[in-house]
Design a protein around this ligand. Structure first.
Ligand SMILES: [Zn+2]
Length: 465
């Protein structure tokens, strides 16, 4: 058999890894959208590097758009087989893909407004109809059960602790009378996450395809999240009468924040102000998370005995309409606004940042990784001027960050994830989903632990297993 890396190769988006068996079974691990890669992004999303109609099935590790966002395009180009994933992943993928189709359509309409005579109109990567078709091909597989896909392949999904429903994918593949075990980590979460269970240990693998996003960093905060949040909100809203603006991904990070704020209320340390979640997608995602209490860790289950709504507290309001979102701009009262996108590149949060960045009484709080080129990344780097909606803005508001609020594990978490493996028996580790310089340093950390055979695949590179 062979494996080919068609995305997240020396980069962090576009996850797509193709396993091809001698009997011509073609298994695609994830089908993510490329994002934020500059001018080449569009081109990367338009050509897979393989024929979708020849795929046998897809296995999806989790619902983040850089892992599932091109599934509808795959279907539009002729893929008609099953897509296997956990039940929460299916529920989250449904809302995220619908949202993505809307964004694709709006982007294409916007681009076509500026068309000159004779220019070809831009088409969206896919439509809502393609999403509906894609969703009909989903097949759910429970965690921790051996699932036979066909006579030569069985599948086992273990909890990866990254977002609700996230799984590490383990395949037993029979070929030429021997069985090969391949593990794909998906994205690996943290040990000791607020909401989720820790990543599970897994049976010895022959080959491991492993993410390496934070292969070179540690992101522990010195202070517990609740204390840090309380301090920032107290300083900003109570003492300075300002607003706290928090760019946060609608799925995962937003609910983690709500959970922390709810926990503060239970401890009677929640500052008494208005809290807004300004993202219709976050409201839907919070409902999906409420529907899957089975994925939470024991700490959360304890809290659920005392409080049946772990994401709801006094002063919280979800904002849906654009009009309500705009109304927040002219409301002078202190408040906390949680809004997407997570890296402040688009979405409603960009407007809130524009409206509040120029006043020293406000705080813009970053809660997780931000690509250096994005608005959140620039603010984190300490830029004193930023370019927003065609204008320069002075950064006068206070800029803060909570680094430990990351869905990805740091290098200690990644090494712990793999610590149950006997290095002598791992034939090769393929590092994916990371920047190349980070991957090289993570490869050294793995060698120090005795894993001698490590590859960092290039885009479209193929390996014989
Ligand atoms: Zn992810």
């Amino acid at each position: 058999m062979k494996v080919t890396f068609h995305g997240a190769a020396r980069a962090v988006t576009g996850s797509k890894h193709l396993i091809t068996l001698k009997n011509n079974t073609q298994i695609l691990l994830d089908c993510g959208l490329f994002q934020g890669m500059g001018d080449v992004t569009e081109q990367l999303n338009e050509s897979f590097g393989f024929d979708p109609s020849q795929l046998t099935y897809v296995i999806l590790s989790h619902a983040h758009i850089d892992h599932c966002g091109l599934l509808p395009r795959l279907v539009a180009e002729g893929f008609s087989g099953p897509i296997y994933c956990t039940p929460p992943t299916m529920d989250l993928a449904r809302i995220l893909l619908m949202d993505s189709a809307k964004i694709q359509t709006q982007d294409a309409e916007y681009a076509n407004k500026k068309l000159r005579n004779g220019e070809t109109p831009e088409l969206p990567l896919y439509s809502e109809e393609h999403v509906v078709q894609t969703l009909s091909q989903f097949k759910i597989v429970a965690y921790n059960e051996e699932f036979t896909i066909d006579p030569s392949v069985s599948l086992y999904l273990s909890d990866a602790g990254h977002i609700v429903g996230s799984a590490a994918v383990h395949l037993n593949i029979k070929e030429d009378g021997k069985t090969t075990r391949i593990t794909f980590s998906g994205d690996v979460g943290r040990y000791g996450d607020l909401l989720l269970k820790s990543p599970q240990r897994f049976t010895q693998a022959d080959y491991i395809i492993m993410e390496s996003t934070y292969g070179d960093s540690l992101h522990k905060d010195l202070e517990p999240i609740e204390e840090a949040l309380r301090e920032i909100i107290h300083q900003t809203c109570i003492l300075r009468k300002g607003k706290v603006i928090i760019p946060a991904f609608s799925v995962g990070r937003t609910q983690e924040l709500l959970f922390a704020l709810n926990a503060m209320e239970l401890r009677n340390i929640l500052p008494d102000v208005q809290y807004y979640v300004d993202s219709p997608l976050a409201l839907q995602a919070t409902e999906v998370l409420r529907d899957h209490p089975e994925v939470y860790n024991n700490g959360v289950k304890e809290i659920m005995k005392k409080d049946d709504d772990i994401f709801g507290f006094k002063g919280l309001k979800f904002i849906e309409s654009v009009a309500e979102s705009k109304a927040l701009n002219s409301d002078p009262r202190p408040c906390v606004i949680i809004s997407s996108s997570g890296m402040a590149e688009g979405g409603r949060v960009k407007h809130h940042i524009r409206n509040n960045i120029g006043n020293a009484k406000n705080t813009i709080l970053m809660v997780g990784y931000a690509e250096p080129k994005t608005l959140a990344g620039k603010l984190l780097a300490g830029d004193k001027k930023v370019w927003l909606f065609g204008e320069d803005y002075d950064v006068t508001a206070k800029i803060s960050s909570l680094k430990s609020m990351s869905a990805h594990g740091d290098y200690e978490d990644l090494l712990q994830f793999i610590s149950g493996q006997d290095p002598e028996r791992v034939k090769r580790i393929f590092l994916v989903h990371g920047e190349y310089d980070v991957q090289q340093r993570f490869a050294q950390r793995l060698r120090d632990k005795g894993f001698d055979h490590i590859a960092i695949p290039e885009y479209h590179q193929e390996f014989e297993l």
